[in-house]
Design a binder for this molecule. Structure first.
Ligand code: SF4
Length: 489
């Protein structure tokens, strides 16, 4: 999961891109970058948060009416400075690119790109593979100026060669801005328009909230397998290149996206309220005596309020979050996750003492965070601690860009509900069913027929995830975690 923003505008775009990235900072806190264009590329990338990387001096230096920005969450690659996006290739034309997602045949592609095309990938970032495949596909067409058909053909080549889930924004110098979403549309991508000159400005982003904040309107989704090309005359061209079943990532609605965003026309907030309502139905069946419903801030709040309302229970925000500590799930090393829970959440004991507490969270991934929170609540004198997750048990690795790629990491691996409760120290765990999760999304958009639910049910929509690929990705992930730990110790 990463956040991407691109603008083809009428005046300097860096401030808009900066604001757009801030709006999707939750999608990645590891590094960020912006490249702008005014006849040459201006680059600023670094590790850390958007607000820490871009100073007044480097914002002033990033001139140009076209630009692409990125906020990174490490998947492939160890998260070093050289892996910060966007990436640039000089030939053909000069292309910049940023992506959100994960290329599952990255190592294989890296080898082919070097041996066959003599292009060296100089980082561990999979966007460099997409960028070089696109560059090669364009170069092979030997054209001096690009027409939409050249761009569509090149992206078709990318879709054939690059496997995985990815949304991409690129700018080809003096030719135009290109954005595309993988054939299954696993990762989100939207675009909008702003009438602020003779020609309209266009913006692309991972989430609609970025477009709202940058004052872009007429917001639409880039469809699964669709490429959008804004040419040098600011003419809009789009073509759907594949007919695979659109299968957006269900976890976007559960956790990743901001509640005020729309993902494939489904408002994330509404969806989380629906999820709360459906989980309340599950809880009701158990006849538990619950005194208070407490959300694990921030993502669980919307669902927890609905659970309390529907079950007519007291709702209390008894866990107070320190906003200045990063999201624990998003931090690279497992050790960091464990220690940061205590720094991040502080309980209000009076709301928990002698109570039967229902904690509500979006999901239970590794269980470390849930266990630490339950311990915290027990230390305050809670009588019983029930744990409700408004998504189903996570049991399978995500190969499409989410940092839960090793099966052994899941607390729900090979475990039933009682075993999971024991592992995290809860008196009971209550999960959402997968059907209810899909139903909650469908209440916002009945046209969504397929989803990526691979981390819940092990069915990978791209159909090409072999046990060997899973093992390889697991090994890469473990290695990256070890490297990260070494750096931190
Ligand atoms: S496996 Fe899970 S987290 Fe990964 S893309 Fe699919 S639904 Fe999203």
């Amino acid at each position: 999961m990463c956040g991407i923003v691109g603008i083809y505008g009428n005046s300097d775009v860096v401030r808009d891109i900066y604001q757009g990235l801030l709006a999707i900072q939750h999608r990645g806190q590891d590094s960020a970058g912006i490249i702008t264009y005014d006849g040459r590329f201006h680059i600023k990338k670094g590790n850390g948060l958007v607000r820490d990387i871009f100073t007044a001096e480097n914002v002033a230096r990033l001139r140009g009416t076209i630009g692409v920005g990125h906020t990174r969450y490490p998947t492939v690659g160890g998260g070093g400075g050289e892996d910060a996006q966007p990436f640039l290739v000089n030939s053909p034309f000069g292309i910049i690119m940023a992506h959100n997602g994960n290329v599952i045949n990255y190592s294989e592609l890296k080898k082919i790109i070097f041996e066959k095309y003599h292009r060296l990938l100089n980082s561990d970032n999979d966007v460099e593979a997409i960028l070089n495949v696109l560059a090669q596909e364009l170069a092979e067409q030997k054209t001096k100026t690009l027409r939409p058909k050249n761009v569509f053909k090149a992206v078709e080549g990318v879709f054939k060669k690059v496997k995985g889930g990815y949304s991409v924004i690129a700018y080809i110098a003096e030719e135009g801005m290109v954005a595309f979403r993988d054939p299954y549309g696993i990762k989100p991508l939207v675009y909008g328009k702003r009438h602020d000159g003779i020609l309209p400005s266009y913006a692309f982003a991972s989430e609609s909230v970025s477009l709202n904040i940058m004052n872009f309107f007429e917001i639409r989704n880039v469809e699964a397998g669709q490429v959008v090309f804004i040419d040098k005359n600011r003419k809009f061209h789009a073509r759907k290149l594949t007919s695979c079943a659109h299968s957006p990532c269900l976890f976007e609605w559960v956790y990743f996206a901001r509640p005020d965003s729309f993902i494939d026309n489904v408002n994330v907030y509404d969806c989380r309220v629906n999820l709360g309502s459906f989980l309340a139905d599950e809880i009701k069946k158990l006849n538990l005596k619950i005194d208070v419903v407490v959300p694990v801030p921030d993502s669980a709040r919307d669902a927890a309020i609905e659970i309390a309302r529907k079950l007519n229970l007291k709702y209390r925000e008894a866990l107070v979050k320190n906003r200045y500590i990063g999201r624990t799930f998003i931090m690279p090393a497992d050790q960091k996750r464990k220690s940061s829970v205590r720094q991040k959440l502080n309980p209000i004991s009076s709301e928990l003492k002698d109570k039967n507490v229902l904690l509500v969270d979006d999901s239970i991934v590794r269980g470390n965070t849930s266990r630490a929170i339950i311990e915290l609540v027990r230390e305050c004198g809670a009588k019983k601690v029930y744990f409700g997750a408004y998504s189903p048990p996570l049991r399978y690795p995500c190969v499409y860009g989410i940092d839960m790629q090793t099966k052994t990491e899941f607390v729900a691996r090979d475990a039933d509900l009682d075993q999971i409760a024991k592992r995290i120290g809860a008196d009971k765990v209550i999960y959402q069913t997968l059907d209810s999760l899909k139903k909650a999304v469908n209440l916002g958009n009945k046209n969504l027929k397929n989803f990526c639910a691979a981390c819940f049910d092990g069915i990978y929509p791209t159909g090409d995830v072999t046990p060997e690929i899973l093992k390889k990705i697991e090994d890469e992930r473990k290695l990256a975690q070890e490297r990260q730990l070494e750096l931190e110790l």
